[in-house]
Each structure stands twice: as C-alpha cells, then as structure tokens.
Design a protein around this ligand. Structure first.
Ligand SMILES: [Zn+2]
Length: 294
C-alpha cells in the first residue's frame, strides 16, 4: 500500500506543512495522501488535487488562470515529488486553461483526458482559449493551449497503485470523469459536486441535465468514500460526503425558484435568497439567462 504507508504519510505531512506556510490557497489532507489546491475567486474557486506517491505524483485538473496554475505548480514542487501525469476531467476552461503553465514547470508530465472528452476538446479548445484569453489582459491566462492526449484506459498507475478513472457521467456538463483512489478511500468528484459556491447551471438549464446530474451524485455517493473532493468550493470548505448534500440542496433550491418564477428578474431574486454568501458568483447571471432566455 505504497500511497498510504507510514513513511509516506510522514513525508506528506512535512511537505504539506512547509507548503501551507507559503501558499494561502493550499489545504492538505495528509491522512489521505492528497494535497488540494483551491483557486481564488478570480480562478472560480476550482479545486485541483495532487495525489502523492512516495516519489511521484498525479495531478487531477489544471486550473483556469495563469496565476492560480503557477501557485499550484509551486505547491507540487514543494512536495518534492516528480509529477508524472495530469488528468483533465472535463471540457470546461477552468479545469484546463492552466495546463501549459504546469507543463512548462513539469515538462516530463503527460496530460490526458478520456477519449470522448479529448475528442470534444480537439474541436473546441482552440476557439475557447482564443475567446477567453483574447478578451482578458495579457498574462491573466496562459498564452497558448495544450490538447491532452486521449486516454482509453480506465485508470492511471502511481507507484503500483490504481487511480480509477470512472466512465464519463453527467454533472454541470454532460461528460465528466470523476476519479476514485480505493487505496486512499478518496473520490475526486470534480464538477459533479460543489460546496459553498453557486453551481454552473448554464448547460443543464438548457438541456434538462439536472436529472442526470442528480443520478451521478447518487452513483458517486454509493461508492462511500471518506474523502470527497468537489470541483468548486471555498478554500477550507468541507471535502467529505457533505459535498453531495450541498449540491443537492442547491439543485433543489434552483429548481424550486425556477418553477415559482415567471421571468428572469423574479428568478434571480428568488435564487439569491439564502445564497448571498456563496462563492463563484460568475455562474449566477449565466444560469439565470439560460433558464429564462431573453
Ligand atoms: Zn468547474
């Protein structure tokens, strides 16, 4: 059980402590053999997970802005591990546009996405990068994009341990690959779960995707992992099965507010009741506009 032996845990704790002192965005879960990086609000509060072996590491998701990707790279460097692989879990820009920054720092690492997700990225990554980076001041985003390699296998290996890549399922977009690490009792739910933030509703509002999203949540919950890392949260928010409850509660609130509203203005007002303090406010207007197109 290489990921979880005592020596690894001690090294993990030491590395985490050192990094945590330097990096405000960093939280760590030493007992689970992972380190978590949560971006700032400008980076849309997106989580990246570093899975630690004794000498090597695997990264799940690559951040949005160049600044947050750079801080994540600093955190990985501070662990002392060699970054072997990066998995991109879905097509959204906040999980992939930081990839070139990470590959510049760790050129030996290979970036992957599930075959079906990579196929979509091969069409949309260039225009997506052009639109987003082109409309921001220079330096906010990486000045290029990198298309991950297609991964047909259902796992990555890290020092003899399997990192299970679950088949694509629905969340805030149609195809997302969560990651399960049985030896660490850890599930990386990515954008199937959120906590303490608004949810990205734009796509599911226009495609009747909320039902499939709920089904994915229950499928992931049934795995029973002790540590559950959501796609978005505030730094320091929970990373356990409570993230499923938080996501369901927001979906319930959203659907009730929508059903009781006749127009976008009314819906927005109802949606904001009790959600004023949530992060990822960028998602609100886009979700409202999708629910009540002008
Ligand atoms: Zn996301």
């Amino acid at each position: 059980m290489d990921l979880l032996n005592r020596r690894t845990l001690m090294k993990t704790a030491a590395a985490s402590g050192a990094a945590a002192a330097l990096l405000p965005g960093l939280a760590h879960a030493a007992a689970s053999g992972t380190e978590l990086f949560t971006s700032d609000e400008a980076g849309l509060l997106v989580d990246s997970t570093v899975i630690l072996g004794e000498n090597s590491a695997v990264l799940i998701d690559a951040q949005f802005t160049a600044g947050n990707a750079g801080l994540l790279a600093d955190m990985i460097a501070a662990t002392g591990r060699t970054l072997e692989s990066i998995l991109i879990t879905h097509i959204h820009p906040d999980h992939i546009l930081g990839l070139p920054i990470l590959l510049d720092r760790f050129p030996q690492a290979k970036a992957y996405a599930h075959t079906d997700i990579q196929a979509i990225l091969s069409q949309m990554l260039a225009p997506m990068h052009g639109q987003i980076a082109g409309s921001a001041p220079a330096g906010v985003f990486a000045d290029r994009f990198v298309l991950p390699e297609a991964l047909s296998a259902d796992h990555l290996m890290l020092e003899g341990e399997r990192i299970e890549i679950l088949p694509p399922m629905a969340g805030d977009t149609a195809l997302i690959t969560p990651v399960h690490i049985p030896s660490l009792n850890t599930l990386i739910a990515t954008d199937i779960a959120y906590i303490d933030t608004h949810l990205w509703m734009e796509e599911v509002a226009t495609t009747d995707g909320i039902g499939p999203w709920r089904a994915s949540i229950e499928a992931l919950r049934a795995i029973g992992a002790a540590t559950v890392i959501p796609g978005h949260r505030k730094s320091g928010s929970a990373n356990d099965a409570g993230v499923f409850d938080a996501t369901i509660a927001y979906l319930d609130h959203w659907e009730k507010a929508r059903a009781e509203s006749a127009n976008a203005e009314e819906f927005r007002a109802k949606l904001m009741v009790g959600t004023e303090d949530l992060g990822f406010a960028f998602a609100i207007d886009r979700g409202v506009a999708a629910a009540f197109p002008a």
